[in-house]
Design a protein around this ligand. Structure first.
Ligand SMILES: NC(=O)c1ccc[n+]([C@@H]2O[C@H](COP(=O)([O-])OP(=O)(O)OC[C@H]3O[C@@H](n4cnc5c(N)ncnc54)[C@H](OP(=O)(O)O)[C@@H]3O)[C@@H](O)[C@H]2O)c1
Length: 295
């Protein structure tokens, strides 16, 4: 099976290439400027050249707050771009895996969201990603959508890396670090997502899958875990979302139940705390044992 990863320089795309290659897949990757999913011609050219069996779309316009002011770009990439990709995959007779988000939900539920739950995005980013899901299904039958959330990994910038850096600095300065404690989700490690997707695609069981780590926590809980695991003794203070106003609203509760994966016996996602331990072991920058705190 030959895989093509679109958005291969991004946080997830980078790990998708390395995970697939490590599992013996023939795999190629492409990103801007060599492809622009907003242009059907550039996709068709790429697929003609590489003739993959499966395209894994990790490309997206992911700047959640910027989407509020760059609405046109958000929909051009996250909605129309996905439709272009799906149409080209249908023409080229290859399967398409698309990555979506917990932000398609409004966060008003108090129990984990199922794949069958009604969507109601609160932000432009969420709305553009939902539109991408809808357009994808209209273009091809050979589709998978994996909704992920609270993503972190070794590449790119993310909460796990940023909090560790900021907490070390605050610890050095003797200052407290405030972290939001009224948003709940499931921190999800990139390599877990890759492992799960690579376990599903050989079976060609198409459909919509929630694909997040088991368990859930608030950003404050996650920050506590990060500091504990890296032996950073900083004073952490829980705070409300309102203390850090941002252009795009976030769902207060966006825990996803991996119901489809579980019901089909395909689930292999670990608990978020176990996966975070894997991240520390596998990370290029090894975990610190007290390092910055005593400097
Ligand atoms: N990060 C999260 O917490 C999170 C949570 C839920 C779902 N997701 C979804 O997971 C997927 C992967 O996210 P990620 O964090 O890996 O994103 P990322 O690091 O921003 O990677 C996205 C990649 O897509 C590229 N790209 C942007 N516009 C493109 C275009 N028009 N044509 C081709 N490539 C384009 C980006 O290039 P540039 O960097 O040069 O723009 C980047 O290399 C996305 O679908 C995202 O919506 C992410």
């Amino acid at each position: 099976m030959k895989l093509a990863v679109v958005g291969s320089n991004g946080q997830l795309g980078t790990d998708m290439i390395s995970s697939a290659t490590a599992r013996g897949y023939e795999c190629c990757g492409v990103d801007v400027p060599d492809i622009d999913i907003a242009s059907q011609a550039s996709i068709a050219h790429f697929l003609d050249r590489h003739a993959p069996d499966v395209v894994i779309n990790c490309a997206a316009y992911t700047a959640v707050d910027n989407c509020e002011s760059d609405k046109d770009i958000a929909f051009k990439v996250n909605a129309d771009g996905v439709a272009n990709l799906a149409r080209c995959c249908q023409n080229a007779e290859c399967d398409i895996v698309h990555i979506s988000t917990d932000y398609v939900f409004d966060g008003t539920k108090t129990t984990p969201y199922l794949e069958s739950d009604e969507t109601c995005p609160q932000s432009i980013y969420g709305a553009s990603k939902l539109k991408g899901e809808v357009l994808l299904r209209e273009q091809t039958d050979a589709w998978y959508i994996f909704r992920i959330a609270w993503l972190y990994g070794c590449n790119g910038s993310n909460f796990a890396k940023t909090i560790a850096d900021v907490a070390r600095r605050k610890a050095r300065e003797g200052a407290a670090l405030k972290v939001v404690d009224d948003q709940t989700g499931s921190p999800t490690y990139t390599r877990e997502v890759c492992r799960q997707i690579l376990a599903v695609i050989p079976l060609r069981r198409f459909g919509l899958y929630h694909c997040t780590a088991e368990g859930n926590c608030t950003w404050y809980d996650f920050a506590r875990k990060i500091c504990e695991a890296n032996a950073i003794s900083v004073q952490l203070e829980p705070c409300a979302t309102g203390e850090f106003p941002r252009p795009a609203p976030r769902p207060a509760y966006s825990v996803l139940e991996n119901a489809h994966l579980k019901n089909t016996g395909l689930q292999c996602m670990k608990h978020w705390e176990t996966a975070y331990g894997d991240f520390l072991n596998e990370s290029n920058s090894p975990p610190f044992a007290g390092g910055y705190v005593s400097e």
